[in-house]
Design a protein around this ligand. Structure first.
Ligand code: MG
Ligand code: MG
Length: 266
């Protein structure tokens, strides 16, 4: 049902389907995460994730996504200074790298979208701190997703937390509504003012995705026309969940930790 400002509210049945899309998506991401090691090439992670999604009856939501040219892969894999939209290929992961992996799954016409960043082998303390702050910024944003709060409350909470820790958020790339389409209204920027924007209510489903940069908020796009990197070459990180606003508060539809081999341990 289209509510106001083009926001599509989901029924509880639709949210259950998104939860299944989210389970498959988390399983694909977890499969990729377990393959991360020095020497592996990023297309191997992509292939493994696609197999999981198709085995589970889903379809990769990113593949064919319209852009400068149709997106060619299941995952986006963005290493070190690459923030988002890195294309898997022959790139080899090296010890000390940090790698951001983003995935979308369509299941029965509904989509879930989530991402994480992890280290390759041993990583520096500075890199680990960036990962920890980015993951926590995601929780800080999700905690705002109660009925009656506003989009600006999510944005402001993320921005405040990130900037308190000395990092930056990009201006051009945001979280978003998700469900019937990969990117729906509303946008959920990682910066903004509390008390502004759309009022949250049950049935709203959002992809919350803090993206952090160490040295600058500025980004640029590589000649492949997809990969977004920090303008100064400094490290970046990205965590994302698809989350529903419910009567009982935020419900994460893409929980990563509890999914192993297709069974929900929790
Ligand atoms: Mg994503
Ligand atoms: Mg997203």
């Amino acid at each position: 049902m289209v509510w106001q400002r083009n926001v599509v509210l989901k029924t509880s049945e639709e949210i259950e389907i998104m939860r299944e899309a989210g389970r498959i998506n988390a399983l694909a991401l977890d499969t990729a995460r377990q393959l991360i090691r020095p020497g592996i090439i990023t297309s191997e992670l992509d292939k493994a994730a696609e197999e999981v999604i198709r085995d589970q009856g889903g379809a990769p939501a990113f593949k064919g996504y319209p852009g400068p040219y149709p997106y060619p892969a299941t995952l986006t894999i963005s290493v070190n200074e690459a923030l988002v939209h890195g294309i898997p290929g022959k790139h080899e992961l090296l010890p000390g790298d940090i790698v951001s992996i983003d995935c979308g799954t369509t299941y029965n016409g509904l989509i879930a979208d989530s991402a994480f960043t992890a280290g390759v082998g041993e990583i520096s303390k500075d890199a680990q701190h960036l990962l920890d702050v980015t993951e926590k910024a995601l929780s800080v944003g999700i905690e705002q997703m109660h009925s009656g709060k506003r989009i600006g409350d999510i944005s402001a909470a993320i921005q405040r937390y990130v900037e308190e820790h000395g990092y930056h958020v990009p201006r051009e790339y945001s979280g978003h509504g998700v469900g019937r389409q990969m990117h729906e209204a509303p946008q959920v920027p990682n910066y903004g003012r509390a008390g502004r924007g759309l009022v949250l209510r049950p049935g709203i489903t959002l992809a919350i995705e803090p993206m952090l940069l160490v040295g600058t908020f500025q980004t640029r796009v590589l000649p492949d026309q997809w990969t977004v990197v920090s303008a100064d070459g400094s490290l970046t990180a990205h965590f994302e969940h698809t989350v529903a606003v419910t009567e009982n508060g935020p419900l994460i539809l893409t929980p990563l930790e509890k999914v192993v081999d297709g069974r929900n341990k929790g």
